[in-house]
Design a protein around this ligand. Structure first.
Ligand SMILES: Nc1ncnc2c1ncn2[C@@H]1O[C@H](COP(=O)(O)OP(=O)(O)OP(=O)(O)O)[C@@H](O)[C@H]1O
Length: 303
């Protein structure tokens, strides 16, 4: 598959502060990628470089064959961006905001496109209200609609779910998944709320202090960084040893045991062994969530 973005050895300083020091990663066309890292790790700076708003001291960026430093306008035409500020006009209605930005982006059939997006984002009934009176969720949805007016092939989202309630988060995530499936839009999401990204991202770039700590699909990261599997089993099994059929085990409460396994392949034989003796009501792997992989990556990198 072809790459939409290739970032090679990017360095960026603000005054004497080095913010990015040798960033390398690439993003496949049509994928959803999570750019993750703690506050101040340089995520927003990276997005601004990709957009051609600021320039690096060193390194190259290729976006679909274009260079943000010289072809910023082409890249802004083919991409949409949602940032914290969102750049909406609060004294204007939601609809007028979208019409205004349609002209900037030279959108064709403005009325139809604006109505379509207002409906898609559940804002049609509120289209005549001033944006200043909108709730946080409505503003976020309008910002997304604004970013999508010109049907961009590439979408940058900086903390798209900040301030949203659980329903709002689910709606935005659902919309992004559909957009990616129907239009093959490449989507880059910066966030530190890992749980929300788990279901929608195809791959991840973990950042820290302006560097890439690790990157890959969840399966790749799991393979590289998760050595032991922690399996939680709700069962009537009575164990007295610190181990059962060769696997270390710890009792968490009356009916719950935590097994440490060296691979997922150990799960079926272990459960079969338990079932010979007693019941099992549920099992779950404790340490393969995106969040625990992320902590494991950081722990291993700091060893
Ligand atoms: N225009 C600027 N001038 C000076 N310093 C800046 C500028 N923009 C960012 N920085 C600094 O660069 C560092 C990285 O900031 P950046 O906003 O890229 O991080 P981030 O990973 O997006 O963080 P957050 O999760 O808090 O949004 C911070 O120390 C910030 O203070």
């Amino acid at each position: 598959m072809k790459h939409m973005i290739t970032v090679t050895n990017i360095h960026k300083q603000f005054g004497s502060q080095s913010v990015l020091s040798g960033m390398n990663f690439s993003i496949k066309k049509g994928s959803i990628v999570g750019l993750l890292g703690p506050n101040g790790s340089g995520k927003t700076t990276m997005i601004r470089l990709l957009n051609g708003v600021i320039r690096p001291e060193q390194g190259t960026i290729d976006i679909n064959g274009f260079n943000p430093m010289t072809d910023g306008n082409v890249i802004r035409q083919m991409s949409g961006i949602v940032t914290e500020g969102a750049g909406l006009y609060h004294e204007m209605s939601g609809e007028d905001n979208l019409i205004f930005f349609s002209e900037i982006y030279e959108v064709k059939k403005v009325r139809e496109r604006v109505a379509e997006l207002l409906k898609e984002f559940d804002l049609f009934d509120h289209r005549h209200k001033k944006v200043g009176t909108y709730s946080t969720g409505m503003k976020k949805r309008l910002a997304l609609a604004k970013a999508l007016l010109h049907r961009p092939k590439l979408l940058f989202l900086d903390e798209p779910t900040n301030g949203l309630d659980p329903d709002g988060i689910r709606d935005v995530m659902g919309y992004l998944t559909r957009l990616n499936q129907h239009e093959q839009t490449t989507i880059i999401i910066c966030s530190h709320v890992l749980q929300q990204l788990e279901d929608i991202c195809h791959s991840y770039v973990f950042m820290e202090n302006g560097r890439v700590l690790a990157k890959g699909t969840r399966q790749q990261l799991e393979k590289e960084f998760v050595t032991d599997i922690m399996l939680r089993v709700e069962t009537g099994l009575q164990v007295s040893d610190p181990s059962y059929v060769g696997h270390p085990v710890k009792r968490l409460n009356e009916n719950t045991l935590l097994f440490t396994l060296s691979s997922k392949r150990d799960i079926s034989p272990l459960l079969q062994e338990i079932l010979k003796e007693t019941w099992i009501h549920s099992t779950s792997i404790e340490n393969v969530s995106l969040e625990s992989i992320y902590f494991e990556v950081r722990r291993k990198r700091h060893e």
